[in-house]
Write a protein of this length. Structure first.
Length: 239
């Protein structure tokens, strides 16, 4: 295993990180997704009346399981990297450099929501009140879309100030994540309403949704690592 030495010292201790850490993160993402897909195949082929029951802890569409924990962990790592990048990038214009802090806070809060599912608490009341069906069966996406629009609008100056390849990776990873979280959610809701939760179509839509979310988070974390490496921060990694 190769290592990258830090270019500076922090409290008198050199910080060294494996240079292929990004590869491990992608492998972990793939492993979580494969386990989730295998779980669905197992349930469809064998059923739940076994000693293993429904292997809920590997399900992609559930709370308090491996997938939710892993996505939350990726968000916490992104939040931590953003704070490190802000510490290094404070020489920029004040408002622009504090965009790192904004990203860190948002992803930390998203990590909490990913674990406990605050956003889903609005579904049943709004669904019953407005008698929502089909693509709008899970109405939290309206709030999610408004949040994403505001988040992107606030970060536009920051993105233009970043190195172009970093900004491009941020945009691509964000598009992948939002495409899963908001783009696939109405399709998932449509199948859930029309065929019921656990139907093959709904499971496929959910698997695609969760896969895009994890891939987007992994790529966004990768982009943060690249920025850290090129900025030669105390906690140093490289591509």
């Amino acid at each position: 295993m190769s290592f990258v030495q830090a270019y500076s010292r922090w409290r008198g201790v050199s910080i060294v990180i494996p240079s292929d850490i990004v590869r491990y993160v992608y492998m972990a993402t793939a492993a979580v997704l494969v386990l989730g897909v295998l779980r669905e195949v197992f349930v469809f082929q064998v059923g739940t009346e076994t000693v293993l029951q429904d292997l809920r802890h590997f399900a992609l569409d559930a709370e308090r399981n491996l997938g939710a924990w892993y996505s939350s962990a990726l968000m916490v790592l992104i939040a931590a990297c953003a704070m490190v990048n802000w510490h290094k990038d404070r020489v920029r214009d004040g408002l622009i450099s504090y965009s790192w802090v904004f990203i860190s806070v948002v992803f930390f809060l998203l990590s909490i929501d990913e674990t406990v599912g605050f956003h889903e608490t609005v579904d049943v009341p709004l669904r019953n009140h407005f008698e929502l069906t089909g693509l709008f069966y899970n109405p939290w996406v309206f709030f999610g879309a408004a949040f994403v629009a505001g988040f992107v609008a606030l970060l536009v100056p920051f993105l233009f100030d970043l190195p172009r390849h970093i900004a491009t990776l941020f945009v691509i990873s964000g598009a992948i994540y939002v495409g899963g979280a908001l783009g696939m959610e109405p399709i998932d809701a449509f199948f859930e309403y029309g065929y019921g939760e656990g139907h093959l179509f709904q499971v496929i839509a959910t698997s695609v949704e969760e896969g895009l979310e994890m891939l987007g988070l992994t790529l966004f974390l990768h982009a943060n690592f690249i920025f850290m490496a090129e900025a030669r921060t105390n906690v140093l990694v490289r591509r």
